[in-house]
Design a protein around this ligand. Structure first.
Ligand SMILES: Cc1ncc(COP(=O)(O)O)c(C=O)c1O
Length: 399
């Protein structure tokens, strides 16, 4: 299936001018929103979708069937986004929950390969899960991968035929570096390992195609660049791998028929629903499906191109002003994040918030996130503010 089904050009007749697009996001009238890596701005479409959930609850009482329809619609919207089939997508309550179910599906005792090669840019929650597999005799090899280009050789050195999984963060939450997944999957597959990708800091910023990139498992959530709600995530598992995995973290939404109330045995679903657990987060699904629709109304190709240009301008402006960026200059090696070195990052974030500029911090950096709704005026406002608070940032000559 092609990743761009419904996502390059949609049937919806949308005016793509940025001002019209921005007018769907009330917060943008008041704030310079450079925090989509943490929480995307809420659009009126998402708000309306939440209202329709509340209406169905208030007026129809037990609209359970409608809610399940929403869940199926969410699965197929995700499938269109990543180029998979709907049967390969599970709806999960978080990235961590989806990966926990996946890992519980591997029978490490009879599995010949007991090594997981892990990216040191993984989000901590993912690393905790991987380390927890030590109880099953699993060795976790952590690879230094803060640099997109150097990372591939590091992975090549660490991956061998004992390796079952290569678990990486597509875009680092620390410095915004992006891995070349097609190259990495070739390395993993040569050794017979599966490539497992956490896409949370990338989804919604770039075209992604699980087949073209050779991705075996992909997980992401909707609260960041996908412009949806917190409370829901998804897990893609390649169709041919699903029969090999039998999760023990399971529940009624993982059954072949969740409404079959038999209790004699566990009848796991044939498709990726087997990675689900209990009741799904219904309100979040309403909001998140709407977020993905907003992304689809523009198209990932168009979004990717605008973000690439804004992030290039941001890196140039920050460096020309005498500050340090910690994000690759090569546009192929980054997505929506530009990290700026800071001496006192928390204070810098507070000072910017006081000027109505929303950014976040991790690992000594302040992180600016650039999305389709951001503008050159946002960059100008950021640069004015950075000049004001320059003493809190790292000067270029300091490195
Ligand atoms: C890259 C990345 N992966 C995973 C997570 C954790 O996601 P969840 O809380 O849905 O498990 C986060 C949280 O921000 C993240 O940034």
């Amino acid at each position: 299936m092609n990743a761009m089904n419904g996502f390059t050009e949609t049937a919806v007749n949308v005016d793509h001018s940025i001002e019209v697009f921005r007018s769907q996001f009330p917060v943008l009238e008041r704030k310079v929103h450079l925090a989509s890596n943490a929480r995307g701005a809420m659009s009126t479409h998402v708000l309306d979708s939440y209202h329709s959930y509340l209406d169905s609850w208030a007026n129809e009482g037990t609209a359970f069937t409608g809610w399940l329809d929403q869940q199926e619609a969410f699965r197929s919207a995700v499938a269109s986004l990543i180029g998979s089939s709907t049967a390969e997508v599970a709806v999960t309550a978080s990235v961590t929950a989806g990966l926990a179910s996946l890992l519980s599906g591997i029978d490490w005792q009879s599995e010949g390969r007991r090594v997981i090669v892990a990216d040191d840019q993984n989000f901590p929650s993912v690393m905790y899960l991987l380390h927890a597999q030590a109880r099953h005799g699993v060795e976790v090899r952590v690879v230094p991968a803060a640099d997109s280009e150097a990372a591939i050789a590091e992975f090549e050195a660490a991956i061998d035929t004992d390796c079952k999984l290569v678990c990486v963060s597509h875009v680092s939450f620390r410095n915004g570096r992006r891995l070349d997944l097609a190259r990495l999957s070739a390395v993993a597959h040569r050794a017979g390992a599966w490539l497992v990708v956490d896409d949370y800091h990338c989804s919604g910023t770039r075209v992604i195609d699980v087949d073209a990139d050779g991705i075996d498992v992909l997980t992401s959530g909707t609260a960041k660049f996908l412009l949806g709600s917190p409370g829901v995530a998804f897990l893609y598992v390649r169709e041919s791998l699903i029969p090999e995995l039998h999760p023990t973290i399971t529940g009624w939404f993982a059954q072949r028929d969740p409404n079959d109330m038999q209790i004699a045995e566990h009848r796991e679903a044939d498709d990726a629903r087997r990675f689900q657990v209990g009741s799904t987060p219904v309100p979040a699904i309403y909001g998140s499906r709407a977020g993905i629709e907003v992304i689809a109304s523009v198209g990932l190709r168009r979004i990717q191109s605008r973000i690439s240009s804004l992030t290039a301008k941001a890196i140039d402006a920050v460096e020309s002003a005498g500050f340090v960026t910690d994000t690759p200059r090569n546009g192929e090696h980054r997505a929506g994040l530009v990290a700026i070195g800071a001496k006192r990052p928390e204070e810098a974030v507070r000072e910017l918030a006081a000027r109505d500029i929303l950014v976040t911090t991790r690992s000594g950096n302040i992180r600016t996130a650039w999305h389709y709704y951001n503008t050159e005026q946002d960059l100008a406002a950021l640069m004015n503010a950075l000049e004001d608070i320059g003493g809190l940032l790292l000067p270029r000559q300091a490195i």
